[in-house]
Write a protein that binds this ligand. Structure first.
Ligand code: FAD
Ligand code: EPU
Length: 303
């Protein structure tokens, strides 16, 4: 991998420009190779500057959040990867929480609980950043990110900073409908409730998840989207694939739509296991499973 670019182009960019950065530590599954360049902007304006520079010079640009739904090839990704993990503020304004994109969803939920603001409990246990959760419209069968989202601030693909009302967007299953825009801030409108009630619901949803999902292991959550009216996990399970393994990567014995890194696994092994599972499910049920996770640096993927 090697892109044709010059540091001089980034003279007006305020933030960190690092070359050859290992992305495995950013990945919830702890696999994958390097980003050719990692950009960490100080501010929203600096992120907009980065977007404009990349656009002007035709440089591929990708946004990295909590790395909980991304698989980066072992060979790395030939792109500029913009990361806003340092933007981690969550501020309360009456019944609203205004969260920077790099804040973790768990920290947003903690702030909501401590503030006596209810509604986000259904998202407990999703290890995303706020920006990634908005981009993906992360959720569960009980509720999703957009349920309480009032507005978002974005940097659009042209490098313009814009405020969007959620009512103008069309979120769907695992898609916030924001396309290639960078989410910088999200404002949630919540209900004032007793802290005790919120805590109880929080515990209830957490226990539900802990019973069903391998939450303590290194995974990317569900690998495949649920096909209409079906659960991908149930199909993989019925195909007898729980515990199926390629190298260090295993189909979880707890929830079959989670692949877990048992130690020393690689991105190539994840892809081989994906192929194996897809083939078997297709053979058994004539259903083509569609990926929920995003691939970076692979043929047909991004970067
Ligand atoms: P990343 O994985 O870093 O990126 C995912 C996508 O979001 C990429 O396209 C990326 O470019 C984009 N993105 C990231 N940040 C931004 C930004 N600031 N602006 C614009 N785009 C951005 N998902 C669910 O929906 N429901 C669940 O119940 C659930 N449970 C999970 C449980 C576990 C244990 C794990 C590991 C994952 C789970 N997931 C779940 C998957 C994952 O957490 C979600 O898809 C989440 O939305 C990904 O957010 P992230 O910040 O980690 O994004
Ligand atoms: N099931 C099995 N075997 C398995 C897994 C599930 O038989 O190995 C069965 C369950 O018993 C249940 C049905 O399949 O009858 C559905 O399972 P579950 O309730 O666990 O939900 P899911 O459809 O597998 C979805 C989301 C999860 C989300 C949960 C909770 C998708 C792809 N998955 O899982 O989201 O946490 O509902 O609402 O939509 C994610 O997107 O990464 C994710 C983890």
């Amino acid at each position: 991998m090697s892109m044709d670019w010059s540091r001089k182009w980034f003279e007006t960019f305020k933030g960190v420009v690092r070359e050859g950065v290992d992305l495995a530590p950013f990945s919830h599954m702890r696999v994958g190779g390097k980003a050719e360049v990692l950009l960490e902007p100080w501010s929203e304006e600096d992120a907009a500057t980065a977007v404009r520079i990349c656009r002007e010079h035709g440089l591929p640009l990708l946004f990295l959040g909590g790395g909980s739904n991304l698989l980066v090839a072992d060979e790395g990704v030939s792109a500029f990867v913009l990361h806003v993990g340092r933007w981690n503020r969550v501020v309360r304004d009456e019944n609203r929480l205004i969260a920077s994109a790099g804040a973790s969803l768990p920290s947003l939920l903690r702030k909501a609980r401590e503030s006596g603001l209810g509604g986000l409990e259904t998202l407990v246990g999703i290890p995303a950043q706020v920006g990634g959760a908005v981009h993906m419209n992360a959720g569960t069968r009980f509720g999703s990110t957009f349920d309480h989202l009032a507005s978002v601030r974005i940097v659009d693909p042209e490098g313009g900073i814009r405020d969007l009302r959620t009512s103008d967007l069309e979120p769907s299953y695992r898609d916030g409908g924001l396309g290639d825009s960078l989410v910088t801030t999200a404002t949630f409108v919540l209900e004032e409730e007793s802290k005790e009630t919120i805590r109880e619901r929080f515990t209830e949803f957490l226990e539900w998840r802990n019973r069903r999902q391998p939450v303590t292991e290194k995974s990317l959550g569900c690998i495949f989207k649920n096909p209409d009216g079906e659960s991908a996990g149930a199909l993989i399970d019925r195909a007898g694939l729980k515990g199926e393994r390629v190298g260090g990567i295993e189909v979880s014995t707890k929830h079959a739509n989670f692949f877990v890194n048992k130690g020393g696994g690689t991105a190539a092994e994840v892809v081989r296991l994906i192929e194996k599972v897809r083939e078997r499910v297709c053979k058994e049920f004539s259903i083509e499973l569609e990926l929920e996770i995003e691939l970076w640096g692979f043929e047909g993927g991004r970067g």
